[in-house]
Write a protein that binds this ligand. Structure first.
Ligand code: FBP
Length: 327
C-alpha cells in the first residue's frame, strides 16, 4: 500500500510543502496515540484555563496544540502559525514559505465520552510584499495550497488535498504509517442525510428554519423524499461522513448572542473543510456566498456553514435567496 509521502511526491507536490504535511502527520500520530491511551495517559478532563474563544480548554486541546505548534515552528518551511488555542499568530524564527492555521482538536467535547475528534489544518503561502503579522493570514480559502483533517475515530485517518484530488490515508498502527486507502473521494450530488444541531432550532433564522421544516416533512412534503439526521458534535466526523457517502452539514446563524451569531471558525474549520468538499465535487457556502471566496478580517472570525452534496447545498442556498442575510 502506498505511504503518504511517496503519494505526495507522485502528485508532484513540492518538497517544502511535503515537509510541512510530514510535520503535521508526525504530530497527528502522537495525538492519536495519546487519545487511544485515554484515561491511562491521564489526558481526559479539562484544565482550569479558557482559550481566546472563551471555551474551557480540555487537557488534550493543550497537549495537541503544543505538539503541533512546537513541531511546526521548528520546521524550516513554516513562517508562522495560527491556532484555535492561541490568542494571536506565532511567527517562527525560520523564514519558511508557508503559513499553517489549525484547530488542534476539533470536537473536543467528545474526548471524555470516547467520541470521534479531529485535527483540522489549512496551509497558505506566505504573501510577498509588505504583508506582515496577522494580515499575512487574511487570505480567502481559495488561496489555500493544501488543506486536510485527521479524524481520530475507531481508525485514525487523514484526508487531504494539495489542490487536486482528495485522498484518504489510514494510520496502520502496526507500522506507524499513514497508508493510502482511497485515491479519490467523490461526494454524490444528492443525498437523504443532513446534519444540524436541532436543539438550536428556536434560535435559527427564517431561511434555515424553512429549509429544515421542509426536510422533516419527508415524502409528504415539498421535498418528496424522506431525510435522515446525524450529528456527531464534531465537525471533522460529520464532514468525514459526507466525504465518505454524501450528505449536508450546516451550522447556521442564530440569534442567541448578537455579538457571536456563528459557531464555526472560518480559517481553521470552515475554509479547509470547504476546499476538501469542493475538490471532492461538493459545494460550500455561508448561505449568501461561496465559503472559499470569503476574505477573512480576523484569524478567529466565525461564519455560517452549509456544505456537502452539491445539489442539496444549492437547494439550501435557494431558501436563503428568499430572506435577507440576518444582521
Ligand atoms: P471545537 O470543538 O473545536 O471548539 O469545534 C466546534 C465544534 O465542536 C464542532 O466541531 C462541532 O460541529 C460543533 O462545535 C458542535 O457544536 P454543538 O456543541 O452546538 O453541537
Amino acid at each position: 500500500m502506498k505511504r503518504l509521502l511517496p503519494t505526495l511526491r507522485a502528485d508532484q507536490t513540492s518538497e517544502s510543502l511535503i515537509s510541512v504535511i510530514n510535520t503535521i502527520q508526525i504530530a497527528a500520530k502522537e495525538i492519536s496515540f495519546r487519545l487511544h491511551q485515554g484515561a491511562l495517559a491521564g489526558v481526559l478532563g479539562s484544565t482550569l484555563d479558557e482559550n481566546i474563544q472563551g471555551e474551557t480548554q480540555k487537557k488534550l486541546d493543550v497537549v495537541a496544540n503544543q505538539l503541533l505548534k512546537t513541531l511546526l515552528l521548528e520546521s524550516p518551511n513554516v513562517h508562522a502559525i495560527a491556532s484555535e488555542e492561541e490568542d494571536s499568530i506565532v511567527v517562527s524564527p525560520n523564514s519558511g514559505d508557508y503559513l499553517v492555521a489549525f484547530d488542534p482538536l476539533d470536537g473536543s467535547s467528545n474526548i471524555d465520552i470516547n467520541g470521534a475528534v479531529g485535527t483540522i489544518f489549512s496551509i497558505l503561502r506566505k504573501p510577498g510584499g509588505e504583508a506582515s503579522g496577522e494580515s499575512m493570514f487574511l487570505q480567502p480559502g481559495k488561496a489555500q495550497v493544501a488543506a486536510g483533517y485527521v479524524v481520530y475515530g475507531p481508525a485514525t485517518m487523514m484526508v487531504l488535498t494539495t489542490g487536486k484530488d482528495v485522498r484518504t490515508f489510514t494510520l496502520d498502527q502496526t507500522v506507524g504509517e499513514f497508508l493510502l486507502t482511497r485515491e479519490k473521494a467523490e461526494i454524490p450530488d444528492s443525498t437523504k442525510e443532513f446534519a444540524i444541531n436541532m436543539s438550536n432550532q428556536r434560535h435559527w433564522g427564517k431561511a434555515i428554519s424553512e429549509y429544515i421544516a421542509d426536510l422533516l416533512q419527508g415524502e409528504d412534503g415539498p421535498r418528496k423524499k424522506n431525510f435522515n439526521m446525524r450529528w456527531n458534535a464534531a465537525m471533522v466526523a460529520d464532514v468525514h461522513r459526507i466525504i465518505t457517502r454524501g450528505g449536508l452539514f450546516t451550522y447556521p446563524w442564530d440569534k442567541r448572542n448578537s455579538a457571536k451569531p456563528f459557531k464555526l471558525r472560518l480559517m481553521y474549520e470552515a475554509a479547509p473543510m470547504a476546499l476538501l468538499i469542493e475538490k471532492a465535487g461538493g459545494k460550500a457556502s455561508d448561505g449568501y456566498q461561496r465559503l472559499l471566496d470569503i476574505v477573512p478580517t480576523d484569524i478567529h472570525q466565525r461564519v455560517g456553514v452549509i456544505l456537502g452534496s452539491a445539489e442539496e447545498v444549492e437547494k439550501c442556498v435557494d431558501y436563503h435567496t428568499k430572506h435577507p442575510k440576518p444582521d
